[in-house]
Ligand binder design. Structure first.
Ligand SMILES: Nc1nc2c(ncn2[C@@H]2O[C@H](COP(=O)(O)OP(=O)(O)OP(=O)(O)O)[C@@H](O)[C@H]2O)c(=O)[nH]1
Ligand SMILES: [Mg+2]
Ligand SMILES: [Zn+2]
Length: 332
């Protein structure tokens, strides 16, 4: 029987079939051996007694953080106050989600705390409307601005992504009061959330489904190579052709030969600043994998390749050619 995972708690998978019957299952050993990572939103096949997940079905898409699959939209949530609006963090989520080809909209919450909401809206629209992100300004607590959001998310499965304390669970509760998810106050001292939500869960609402997730902010671009990063910034696209070299990184070292650098007056300052921060993380990653391959080569020279067979399996490094290939492919 086919079912969908709507919640995972330690080793238990809560699944629901088309008739809305709910089962609590475990993972079959064969899937454990394959190291299959079953996520909330995954469609699975159940064993004949409905107590085991026997097969993971093909996904439309997936995310590593939060661990979800088969979503129609990520609603990136920020608060305009408590915690303060952090555009670098917002850009981090947007670029991360773009890397996974997930459609995004942005929701700015806690508008009731903002002394000058018109000004905030203007600043935000100036940056993100041009990038074609659907924008929503709401107060989940007061129920303001929800009509437009409700129309937009109709018939969709949406995942809420954002820092702790921005109001993801408050919004989920507002949209389906019967769930009553735990929410807790932002710390008065640090103005940060207190990591209240601990697991990912699909919440059925009238004509849409919302996935509440634990807040996180420690995302780093330590898995993307530098040349790939610029492809994720839509606003660079029309200027990139003007760069002298196809592998241009659009930073200060290329300033006399770079189309993006020449047109910085047309790109939002905060977006370019975020790009430079993320670029340094990608460069660190590239350096790390290059060093690994050089170390491997030196070791080979000193010892002769036959000794390599003695390295324990988990310490063995990736082949240099494979790493070089990976770098080249990402630089295309
Ligand atoms: N003033 C105001 N407070 C809000 C609003 N939305 C949420 N809050 C408050 O913000 C605090 C944090 O809200 P949560 O819903 O727990 O935040 P969260 O994003 O789910 O946080 P984590 O589960 O830790 O990731 C709570 O005290 C809420 O009452 C809002 O629109 N206005
Ligand atoms: Mg929460
Ligand atoms: Zn350039």
């Amino acid at each position: 029987m086919k079912a969908q995972v709507y919640k995972i708690h330690s080793d238990f998978y809560y699944v629901v079939n088309e008739k809305h019957d709910v089962f609590t299952c475990k993972l079959k050993d064969v899937l454990k051996k394959q190291k299959a990572e079953v996520r909330v939103g995954d469609y699975v096949e159940l064993s004949s007694d409905n107590s085991f997940i026997s097969k993971l079905l093909k996904r439309k898409n997936f995310l590593i953080r939060p661990k979800v699959a088969n979503i129609d939209l990520a609603l990136v949530m920020c608060s305009v106050k408590e915690p303060e609006l952090d555009l670098t963090q917002l850009n981090r989520y947007l670029i991360y989600l773009k890397n996974f080809n997930i459609d995004c909209a942005i929701c700015f919450n806690k508008e009731d705390l903002d002394d000058n909401p018109k000004y905030t809206e203007h600043l935000i629209k100036d940056i993100y409307e041009k990038l074609n992100y659907p924008l929503f300004f709401i107060s989940a607590k007061e129920g303001m601005g929800l009509e437009k959001l409700l129309l937009f998310i109709k018939d969709k499965t949406i995942v809420l992504v954002g820092m702790s304390g921005v109001g993801k669970s408050t919004l989920s509760n507002k949209l389906n009061p019967s769930v009553n998810l735990r929410v807790s106050e932002v710390s008065k001292k640090t103005l940060r959330g207190s990591h209240t939500t601990r697991h990912v869960e699909i919440i059925e609402c009238d004509n849409f489904r919302i996935i509440d997730t634990p807040g996180f902010s420690n995302l780093k671009f330590d898995f993307i190579l530098p040349n790939r990063l610029a492809d994720l910034f839509d606003e660079f696209k029309k200027y990139k052709d003007k760069c002298k070299y196809s592998n241009c990184l659009h930073n200060v070292t290329e300033k006399y030969i770079c189309g993006v650098y020449d047109n910085l007056d047309k790109i939002a300052k905060s977006r370019y600043e975020s790009y430079l921060i993320f670029l340094s993380e990608c460069m660190e990653y590239k350096e790390k994998i290059s060093k690994r391959s050089i170390k491997h080569e030196e070791f080979k020279k000193q010892t002769g390749s036959t000794i390599l067979t003695k390295i324990s399996k988990h310490k063995r490094l990736g082949a240099r050619n494979t790493l070089k290939q990976k770098i080249k492919e990402d630089e295309k």
